[in-house]
Design a binder for this molecule. Structure first.
Ligand code: BEZ
Length: 219
């Protein structure tokens, strides 16, 4: 398992664009690695199509995208044609898919779903999302079972929060959207908060404690 803040393993793997070494593939960019149970499966076909459609949004946020599925490169290349046809996409597929036939990465990264097995009884990969920062450290991970497709608009929303909070001394509240009001970090003393966030507001609460401080989203 990789924990938040750990340097993400610099694995080598075969993919639809040849061998990839993770860290050099990412270079100085952010990375999203998202896993899939198997090729030629319906939910995965919608997910990979959705991420391909969102590719300009990921690129805008300085991201490189990388998928992984428990089949070989030949299957991936055939499946990409189905993904493009079903999702009305054409041209070059915008990100590589790693082949993890032996489940080596799935095991190493703690991505197996014990409830879902292939025809040979081998456990399939769950739907993991790993967000890796330019420092190669894990910034976020989520894990869904194979039977539940992910919401990649939510992944973009989370990325906006990760990138903002990596730079500014704020945290983002429930259901925050890019540009919305933020919370001043509880660790910031009030004198510093006044300096950093001159328009922030302290909200009165029954406890009398001054921890609810909202500010317009810093630029
Ligand atoms: C799917 O992608 O549709 C799927 C894969 C494995 C188990 C359940 C659903």
């Amino acid at each position: 398992m990789v924990n938040l803040g750990d340097v993400f393993p610099n694995f080598k793997a075969e993919s639809t664009i040849g061998e990839i070494e993770l860290h050099s593939f990412l270079g100085d960019k952010w990375g999203i690695l998202f896993s899939h149970p198997a090729d030629y499966t319906p939910v995965c076909t919608t997910e990979l199509g959705k991420v391909a459609k969102l590719a300009p949004e990921f690129t805008k946020r300085n991201f490189k995208m990388l998928a992984i599925s428990c089949d070989n490169v030949e299957d991936h290349l055939g499946w990409i044609k189905d993904i493009q046809a079903y999702n009305c996409l054409s041209g070059e597929f915008p990100y590589p898919i790693i082949a993890d036939e032996k489940r080596e990465l799935a095991v190493k990264l703690g991505m197996l779903d014990p409830d879902e097995k292939d025809a040979a009884g081998m456990p399939l990969t769950a739907r993991a999302v790993f967000i890796i920062g330019p420092d190669k450290k894990l910034k976020l991970s989520i894990l869904y079972p194979a039977t539940t497709g992910r919401n990649f608009d939510e992944v973009l929303r989370v990325i906006d929060s990760l990138q903002l909070t990596a730079e500014k001394k704020v945290a983002t509240p429930a259901d925050w959207q890019a540009g919305g009001n933020c919370m001043v970090l509880p660790s910031i003393p009030s004198a510093e908060a006044k300096e950093l966030f001159p328009d922030h507001k302290v909200h009165e609460v029954p406890s009398g404690k001054q921890y609810l401080r909202t500010t317009p989203c810093p630029k």
